[in-house]
Design a protein around this ligand. Structure first.
Ligand SMILES: Cc1ncc(COP(=O)(O)O)c(C=O)c1O
Length: 399
């Protein structure tokens, strides 16, 4: 028999990752107190998480989790359509729909699962899905698994999107984009994309994992920031594990579409419901995200301060106004060296390398949080400039 060996395959692929400096290792956090973490025995100030509003350890959020867990237990016990659907889930769905000003919302265990569900339930081999080239991996994988025709357009290029849609005029069409791009921090041209979707009768789906809570009026995200409503964006995704500091995701929008997902999406039907206590914690976080405008104001000030100082220090940034502020490094080696130098100085900023970002576009994805103070940002910029002086960034790659 000539069947190849699994071990040989795994070893070959590991050797390839070694050669390209693409090995990945998990770091172990033993304690977390705000933005400060104990990581493998060292105290580091974290600048690479997604707890943008600083809610994950808020006493009201943790208190709601504890109270609900004491009464309801730790688990979800079953899928929603069997016996796992709880009043805490429904209260959270209602609150999210009210906040986002849409008719309906449906909870999922994670953003990745939610994207799989949306595409699997709405697309098939007769449909087309048109996506921004820099969309999150879960959107790309979801379209591939749905079996539809997947076409990608250049980043943030609405003309490119319409060209792709025109090239396949038959079959149901979905136009899918990140709202805030996860690795670049810029915001999709949603008003233009909404126009393209209308003209092409495509369903515009916005994955606002990094926009919700952070941008837009009352933190309602990039769809609200673009002054669009459910008639323009019939479905949007909000993750609950980033700015909301909890876990899970919600797909929100048109009631018929959301109802269709609840009855037909296999990643919704055949999985255990989110623990009700987690939903209770998220509800507390949503209330804070709605009321605490100061967290967004602080984030905006911190991002402005970071940009002004980093640009004055000659660091290569991307054009982003959000708390995601990438410092471009070019090669994997450069990103790893910069990340290690920052760690020496007491800052935790993971190196982001291909395939998460395109070849030659490795970076430090710096993220700001309302937990940081101005002095933290100043210290980080000094450490970045110092690291760059010791490990020069290849300018050709960094822009
Ligand atoms: C744009 C985007 N969509 C979806 C996800 C997946 O969300 P989750 O972490 O809840 O699975 C992420 C990040 O993880 C993301 O950045």
């Amino acid at each position: 028999m000539s069947r190849p060996s699994w071990h040989e395959r795994v070893e070959r692929e590991r050797a390839e990752r070694d050669a390209g400096q693409r090995r990945r290792h998990r770091r172990r956090v033993t304690q977390r107190d705000g933005a400060r973490c104990q990581v493998d025995g060292h105290s580091l100030l974290n600048f690479c998480g997604n707890d943008y509003l600083g809610l994950s350890q808020h006493f009201a959020v943790v208190g709601a989790l504890q109270d609900a867990a004491a009464r309801e237990g730790a688990g979800g016990t079953a899928s929603h359509l069997v016996c796992g659907h709880h009043a805490h889930h429904e209260a959270l769905e209602r609150e999210l729909a009210d906040w986002l000003q849409v008719p309906a919302a449906l909870l999922f265990g994670s953003g990745f699962t939610a994207n799989l569900a949306v595409m699997q339930a709405l697309l098939d081999d007769g449909s087309i899905c048109v996506q921004d080239r820099l969309n999150h991996a879960s959107l790309i994988d979801a379209a591939r698994l749905a079996g539809c025709r997947l076409r990608r357009y250049p980043h943030a290029d609405a003309e490119g999107a319409i060209r792709q849609l025109r090239s396949l005029p038959d079959g149901l069409a979905m136009l899918a984009t990140d709202g805030v791009f996860s690795m670049d921090g810029d915001i999709a041209p949603l008003r233009q994309l909404a126009l393209v979707a209308r003209v092409q009768r495509a369903l515009l789906y916005v994955d606002d994992a990094h926009g919700i809570g952070v941008v837009g009026p009352n933190g309602r995200g990039s769809v609200a920031e673009a002054k669009l409503g459910v008639q323009d964006v019939p479905l949007q995704l909000a993750t609950l594990g980033k700015a909301l500091g909890s876990y899970g995701a919600v797909v929100a929008g048109d009631a018929d579409l959301v109802g269709h997902l609840a009855e037909t999406a296999r990643p919704y039907l055949y999985t255990t419901a989110l623990p009700p206590a987690q939903a209770a914690a998220t509800l507390a976080a949503v209330k804070l995200a709605r009321s605490d405008q100061w967290r967004r104001d602080k984030l905006r000030d911190l991002a402005g301060r970071f940009r002004a100082r980093a640009l004055a220090a000659g660091l290569p940034l991307l054009d982003s106004d959000t708390p995601i502020q990438p410092v471009m490094c070019g090669s994997e080696a450069s990103a790893l060296a910069m990340s290690a130098a920052l760690e020496q100085a007491g800052y935790w900023v993971a190196a982001i390398r291909p395939p998460t970002v395109p070849d030659g576009r490795a970076r430090l994805r710096i993220t700001l949080s309302a937990l940081h103070g101005p002095g933290d940002v100043d210290g980080l910029v000094d450490a970045l400039a110092h690291a760059r002086d010791r490990h020069p960034i290849e300018a050709a790659h960094a822009s």
